[in-house]
Design a protein around this ligand. Structure first.
Ligand code: ADP
Ligand code: MG
Length: 654
């Protein structure tokens, strides 16, 4: 008596629900010993495939007991059934069920990927098996480049890859011509002679005759179970290979895990490459989203860095006092309470280093036949000290002489260059519109914060300005340089309380480099937040796109999933494969977004140098992480759908 490998006891299988339920197998009982060659024969529709799927642990009986090598299969989980499929069974299907995008050798290797065999071993063994089946020189061919008989031999090699203790062949010759069919049967006989247990389903008695034991099934019931004495009895005969043990060793190691991961990755890349256009379109949402986020963050950073640079280039602490309750107050031009008395009162304060009224407007400067637009400032002499401006030629006007409304001006370096390029400017006349002014000083060339550099700036005494250029008796604004040793905030508070007392209400506002900084940070912050919100929406839309395509991909590849499950893929293997695919799409999309954004930065630095972009490694890392998170989140549902497919239903899909 040999070792009982498979034992079926009162196996029943029904399809459908409720009143539509139909029982296809009505209580099947038999056992198979190691080394047997069994043919299951019966007319079409008698339940042979249903029985075969139950034997191969692809399907579960509705009731009854089934044990594989002593192990009860009744309460096993999907992954435990997958393990049995990997370790005990090798499937041969009527329609071969090879993966179309893998070549012969790769198809043969698929079961061993899930069994955790090392790559070199895998390749070596697949070539050995193909050699044994006479297909060595065709190992790089795709299934579409092989004949039916050759494809079936590849599928036999695949069935043997994990050892194939029990070969299950469901109508293996059904799609083949008689010569190829005979070859396949001969191979199965040889395998049985080498110790493999073979169960063969057929409706053809001529094929069944090659098996020693023939079980006839009719309408879901065994009608006969006979021994064909012409075929030798090979029960208990074991000439099993050692490879199976070798595989186990690698199954639980980190190496095996990494290997499986790598395989999943390669499979994902292949799927992406074979659907290039679709992959690109899927990525687009992610690319745009990531590009938007990274660019906006870089722009905001660039802008605030520029402001910091500007402020620190000023080198001094200044506070500007302006009429109106706040910046942008629409009534500010009607507020006329700020006057010279305020200026005098402030000048006496200890925290004031220097102070000047300022008023400005744009004017047309003329000299001879030269003409240019400039910004004219009406100021006190102290103004030059507030900004740390120095005179290079001539002199500045004094406070005393300013009271007589002299028509004199101090010009900046650009103005001198424009109007008096090759001559001494001092003593020359400049027309401010129609008002003549005598140049008494030229300032040294110095960049002033927050002012366009290539403009022309000219300065006249405040009183002269308000009398001759723009008539007004109140001050447009006052600028204060805070004395060393005083904090800007303290000075700001003192100014506010002093002027509030004088005016009886706060009808002015102060602005310092601190407040400018703050408001710019606030603006860029709001701006960043706004664009980021848009970017997040676009990323979500992109993610939904990814999910959509992944669902399509799962549907399209249902058959492939079924095949992988039949050769022993766990649910987690299928899940990993599809998750990796969506994550890869998203990460590549994210990286493309980053690259495009940096490219945009480079382009912008040439096209518009005044709009700087400053990329931070942090934002780039966050962008790429975000895209992988999108991949996981939006890839999860499709991947889980794939992993939860029923192997039989998946295999039946075309
Ligand atoms: P065989 O392989 O012997 O031709 P099958 O096992 O494929 O027979 O089918 C046996 C019976 O079960 C047939 O009547 C078939 O219509 C039915 N059947 C098979 N699979 C399903 C299914 N998934 N749902 C409903 N009925 C099924
Ligand atoms: Mg069938």
């Amino acid at each position: 008596m040999g070792e009982v490998l498979l034992a079926l006891k009162d196996i029943r299988r029904s399809y459908g629900e409720g009143s539509a339920q139909v029982e296809v197998l009505h209580g099947i009982n038999f056992t198979v010993e190691r080394g047997e060659m069994v043919a299951i024969i019966g007319p079409s529709g008698s339940g042979k495939s249903t029985l075969m799927n139950i034997i191969g642990c692809l399907d579960k009986p509705t009731s009854g007991a089934y044990t594989v090598s002593g192990r009860d299969t009744l309460n096993l989980e999907a992954d435990e059934l997958a393990e049995l499929r990997r370790n005990f069974f090798g499937f041969i299907f009527q329609r071969y069920h090879l993966l179309g995008h893998l070549n012969a050798a790769e198809n043969v290797q698929v079961p061993s990927i899930y069994a955790g065999l090392k790559l070199e071993k895998r390749q070596e063994r697949s070539l050995q098996l193909l050699d044994r089946l006479g297909l060595l020189e065709r190992h790089t061919h795709l299934p579409s480049q092989l004949s039916g008989g050759q494809q079936q031999r590849v599928s036999i090699a695949r069935a043997l890859m994990n050892g194939g203790q029990i070969i299950l062949a469901d109508e293996p010759t059904g799609a083949l011509d008689s010569k190829s069919g005979a070859e396949v049967i001969k191979i199965l006989e040889e395998l049985n002679a080498q110790g493999h247990t073979v169960i063969l389903v057929t409706h053809d008695p001529n094929i069944a005759r090659h098996a020693r034991r023939v079980i006839t099934i009719r309408d879901g019931i065994i009608s006969s179970d006979e021994i064909n004495e012409q075929v030798p009895d090979r029960r208990g005969h074991t000439e099993q290979e050692d490879e199976v043990n070798l595989q186990r060793r690698w199954l639980f190691s980190v190496q095996a895990y990494v290997d499986r991961f790598k395989e999943a990755y390669i499979m994902a890349l292949r799927a992406m490459i074979s659907n290039r256009m679709r992959t690109l379109l899927t990525m687009l949402g992610i690319i745009i989203g990531i590009m938007a986020v990274v660019s906006v963050v870089a722009l905001a950073r660039g802008a605030s860095q520029k402001v910091v640079e500007n402020i620190s280039s000023m080198g001094t602490n200044t506070i500007t006092i302006m009429p109106g309750a706040h910046m942008g107050d629409v009534r500010s031009n009607k507020v006329r309470t700020l006057n010279f008395k305020d200026l005098k009162a402030l000048r006496g304060q200890p925290f004031v280093d220097s102070i000047s009224a300022t008023v400005s407007r744009s004017v047309y400067l003329r000299s001879g036949n030269l003409e240019n637009q400039a910004t004219a400032y009406g100021i006190n002499t102290d103004y030059f000290r507030v900004y740390g401006m120095e005179v290079e030629q001539g002199r500045l006007f004094t406070e005393d002489e300013a009271e007589d409304l002299p028509q004199v001006c101090v010009i900046d370096y650009n103005t001198k260059k424009t109007f008096f390029p090759n001559e001494d400017a001092i003593g020359k006349r400049l027309l401010f519109g129609s008002v003549p002014m005598k140049v008494i000083g030229v300032l040294a060339n110095k960049e002033i914060a927050f002012r366009p550099q290539d403009n022309l700036y000219v300065y006249v005494p405040y009183a002269t300005f308000t009398a001759r250029i723009q008539k007004q008796s109140y001050l447009s604004s006052v600028i204060v340089r805070v004395a060393d040793g005083f904090a800007t905030a303290v000075a700001e508070n003192s100014i506010t309380s002093l002027l509030t007392t004088r005016h009886g209400r706060r009808d002015f506002f102060v602005q310092s480099s601190d407040t400018i900084m703050k408001s710019i940070n606030q603006t860029t912050g709001t701006f960043t937040l706004l664009i980021s919100a848009i970017a997040v929406i676009s990323l979500i839309v992109g993610g939904i796109g990814v999910m959509n395509i992944m669902l399509v991909s799962v549907t399209e590849r249902t058959k492939e999933i079924g095949i992988r499950m039949a050769v022993g893929a766990r649910q987690s293997d299928i899940m990993t494969q599809f998750l990796i695919e969506s994550i890869t799409v998203c990460i590549i999309g994210g990286l493309a977004g980053v690259v495009l954004s940096v490219g945009l930065g480079v382009l912008l630095s040439y096209a518009a140098p005044s709009v700087p972009m400053s990329f931070s490694v942090f934002s780039i890392v966050v962008a790429v992480l975000t895209s992988s998170v999108i991949g996981v989140v939006f890839g999860f549902m499709p991947a889980r759908n794939a992993a939860r497919l029923n192997p039989i239903e998946a295999l039946a899909r075309e």
